[in-house]
Design a protein around this ligand. Structure first.
Ligand SMILES: Cc1cc2nc3c(=O)[nH]c(=O)nc-3n(C[C@H](O)[C@H](O)[C@H](O)COP(=O)(O)OP(=O)(O)OC[C@H]3O[C@@H](n4cnc5c(N)ncnc54)[C@H](O)[C@@H]3O)c2cc1C
Length: 373
């Protein structure tokens, strides 16, 4: 019997596996495609905050950025490349937002060297920029390292059934708790109030004779160069979906878009594309991640005492699946958010610490249920 069965070995599942194993819990983690072969395997895995105007998501991402940088540095220093991050505004509007961000941020501002600035195009500097300490992680190796103390099973989870005090997975494995960390893939538990979008992305590794010492973010992200290689990513292709589109994805078009966008920011010479990575980012409808226990919608709606029109609906009166949790919806910030939200979720499961309303899946249930009455 496992303490926790995790479905999905991307960065979200792997981060929770790490938290549980750290305190001696027995974990089994399932993935039908191996470790980090979904969205997490495609990621450039840049660790950066969100340089946007005030809001819940910016706040969360700033907290997560600070937490995760320290986490990766302490626990997996060999898989984190610490670099300066040079983030440029793209137009007059984002320039104003970035200027405000710089005024208010508690992050230490760094200075970009003249030599580095000379490798950039005029567009990279036209609307202003910010330079801070940040990093890039080795996405696949990080997920594997985090899963190391768990038992990994390469298998599609087809069924989970609750049998009085524990869950039975694929009719074989039993676990006290189950975590759905399935990214943009079809969820094994279908609840009408959980809706996730999957945005296709493409990144490339290239060979180049140009040296780049920093992470650069403008129309795309460009990693520092190492041994004559660097990564460029990623596209946001809302028109393509691997399960829904009728025509295949055009890799050449994606490469051309990435190279053209990178070329607007930095002068790269002698380019040869070495590798392509593609995958879906899973996002929630309010862009905040989804972390916590799942509401059983039918059972909760059957209860007569709950008034959904009241803003502070009594979420503790909802009926929840026993010991079933979800972690998902990280959008383009999976590697920034995962260590932070995995800690929140693990403390919730193991120590009954409350999860804030802005993260809990029950916020979507309340919104959905309100519309029914
Ligand atoms: C091109 C690209 C670039 C990106 N760049 C960055 C970046 O620079 N920085 C950053 O922080 N984030 C980045 N992201 C976002 C980040 O990759 C995602 O937010 C993150 O990967 C989400 O992780 P996840 O664990 O939720 O999902 P995934 O990594 O997709 O993992 C879900 C896993 O669940 C498995 N699964 C699903 N259903 C089942 C089942 N029934 N049985 C068994 N297994 C199942 C799948 O096989 C999959 O491996 C990028 C994403 C893309 C696509």
């Amino acid at each position: 019997m496992y303490d926790l069965a995790i479905i999905g070995a991307g960065i979200n599942g792997a981060s929770v596996a790490y938290e549980f194993a750290k305190v001696g819990k027995k974990v089994v983690i399932f993935d039908m495609e191996g470790i980090a072969n979904g969205g997490s395997g495609a990621a450039g895995a840049f660790i950066a905050p969100k340089f946007s105007k005030e809001g819940e998501l910016k706040e969360l991402l700033n907290d997560a950025f600070v937490y995760s940088m320290e986490f990766y540095e302490k626990k997996f220093p060999h898989l984190l490349k610490k670099t300066k991050l040079f983030h440029s505004a793209t137009d007059a509007k984002s320039s104003k937002i970035l200027a405000k961000y710089k005024e208010k941020t508690s992050l230490k501002l760094q200075v970009a060297s003249e030599t580095f600035l000379n490798t950039l195009t005029p567009y990279a500097k036209e609307y202003g920029y910010i330079c801070i300490d940040a990093g890039v992680v080795n996405a696949k190796a990080m997920c594997s390292a985090m899963c190391k103390s768990a038992r990994f099973v390469e298998q599609k989870v087809e069924s989970i059934v609750y049998d009085e005090a524990y869950w039975v997975i694929n009719e074989i494995y039993s676990a006290k708790n189950v975590l759905l960390a399935t990214g943009a893939y079809e969820s094994i538990i279908k609840e009408p109030y959980i809706k996730l979008s999957g945005v296709w992305g493409h990144r490339i590794d290239i060979e180049t004779s140009s040296e780049n010492p920093c992470s650069i973010h403008q129309d795309v992200s460009i990693s520092p160069s190492f041994n004559g290689e660097l990564a460029i990513g990623a596209t946001h292709n809302v028109h393509y979906h691997p399960q829904k589109s009728t025509t295949p994805y055009d890799l050449q078009e994606g490469r051309a878009e990435l190279l053209s966008k990178a070329g607007k920011t930095i002068k790269l010479k002698d380019i040869k594309v070495l590798r392509d990575f593609t995958g879906l980012r899973s996002g929630s409808y309010d862009y905040m991640p989804i972390v916590g226990g799942l509401v059983m919608s039918k059972e909760t709606l059957a209860s007569k005492n709950i008034r959904y029109e009241v803003e502070s609906s009594n979420t503790q009166n909802y009926t929840y699946y026993p010991n079933l949790y979800m972690i998902n919806g990280n959008g383009g910030y999976g590697f920034v958010l995962a260590p932070y939200i995995a800690k929140i979720l693990s403390e919730h499961i193991l120590e009954a610490k409350e999860i804030s309303k802005r993260l809990s899946p029950n916020r979507f249930f309340t919104r959905w249920a309100k519309k029914l009455f």
